[in-house]
Ligand binder design. Structure first.
Ligand SMILES: NC(=O)c1ccc[n+]([C@@H]2O[C@H](COP(=O)([O-])OP(=O)(O)OC[C@H]3O[C@@H](n4cnc5c(N)ncnc54)[C@H](O)[C@@H]3O)[C@@H](O)[C@H]2O)c1
Length: 327
């Protein structure tokens, strides 16, 4: 079985994906700064954890030693966090991510799967946003995602499988919970306050259950090289307006819906037919299930709305810029 390095594996997605990889029999190494804590199983037999920074080249080389395949999730992972300090964001999300790819390629890693984002498309009026449409990022976060993708997918080497995942917004429960993602925020505010406030409401957004996106990353680890090399894949569950999403939450949790001024104009209908056609990807979960999973975890005390680790921007500001700039 291959040995997998998951950079940023201590985050929201990684904390669900890594246990799944271990359960499938993979040997896993995680490299993470653990800005939001470490919720990985600490006693798992085939899990090696490196607390370190992808900006440090020595750490990159050490973490890549003996590795067959890389899943790279590490970055400042949303627009507000990326806007804290553009230089810091370029260092992590662009320079360090590119270095990890370059060194992985140089030392003979076989496969590199990069966590891009559907936000690279920006605002699109097309009915179907497919992978062949030009990327038009409207934030620093998505601009750097697009640039790293472009670097990775331009490596033409049949001994190195290079793939980018343009994921929809993820939702559902993770031991490292994020309460700054659309469905998660709506659900938890309905539970905690009996009220949802939505920003505008007519923006179309694509979401995906965390169980489905982690399954997709696992599929890519084993997919045939010729099907996924130098390819980007959109991946989602469904596209709906923010107001439809709020109505879905309201149908499962009693709450009021209130409106505020539209602050975040991103809007696109993500088409993921390619992942379904090429890889036969099928969703096993649903957005309703994500809402219900969060509801159960909330009532079981596994989600605390006052836990600063659940909010990327708040936690990074608390850690402070000088701390974040040091590695
Ligand atoms: N969550 C979503 O809705 C979503 C949607 C599309 C794409 N993505 C992408 O998927 C990936 C995972 O997202 P997530 O929600 O798990 O984010 P997350 O913020 O929970 O996880 C990112 C992890 O990277 C680590 N990290 C940050 N800087 C680092 C550095 N310099 N060196 C080492 N580790 C570092 C953090 O400590 C954190 O554990 C990210 O690349 C994100 O951009 C996420």
């Amino acid at each position: 079985m291959n040995k997998i390095l998951v950079n940023g594996g201590g985050g929201y997605l990684g904390s669900v994906l890594v246990p799944k990889l271990l359960a499938q029999g993979y040997s896993v190494r995680v490299l993470d700064t653990f800005y939001f804590g470490n919720f990985l199983p600490f006693d798992a037999e085939n899990l090696e954890i490196i607390k370190g920074d992808i900006r440090n080249e020595k750490t990159i080389v050490e973490s890549l030693t003996g590795i067959d395949k890389v899943i790279n999730l590490a970055c400042l992972s949303n627009d507000p966090s990326s806007d804290i300090d553009p230089e810091l964001t370029r260092d992590i999300n662009y320079t360090a991510n590119k270095n990890v790819i370059r060194i992985a390629h140089e030392i003979g890693v076989k496969r590199f799967i990069y966590a891009s984002s559907s936000s690279v498309y920006g605002l699109k009026s097309e009915e179907n946003v497919t992978e062949d449409l030009p990327v038009e990022p409207i934030s620093l976060y998505s601009e750097l995602k697009a640039r790293v993708e472009n670097y990775l997918l331009s490596i033409k080497d049949d001994n190195f499988t290079a793939t980018a995942v343009r994921s929809a917004t993820i939702c559902g429960y993770s031991p490292r919970m994020r309460l700054d993602l659309l469905v998660n925020i709506l659900t938890v505010s309905a539970l905690a306050n009996g009220r949802i406030t939505i920003d505008g409401g007519d923006q179309v957004r694509a979401n995906i259950h965390i169980g489905d996106i982690s399954n997709f990353y696992m599929m890519l680890l084993d997919a045939e090289h010729s099907l996924i090399h130098n390819e980007a894949f959109n991946i989602s569950d469904s596209n709906s307006t923010v107001i439809d999403m709020a109505n879905k939450v309201q149908s499962l949790i009693k709450c009021k819906i209130e409106f505020s001024e539209k602050m975040d104009p991103r809007s696109y209908k993500l088409n993921d037919d390619k992942a379904r056609r090429v890889l036969n990807f099928k969703n096993c979960y649903s957005i309703e299930k994500a809402i219900l999973d969060i509801k159960r975890s909330f009532f079981e005390g596994r989600i605390r709305i006052d836990d600063v680790n659940c909010y990327n921007i708040k936690k990074l500001l608390l850690l402070s810029l000088p701390f974040l700039k040091t590695y």
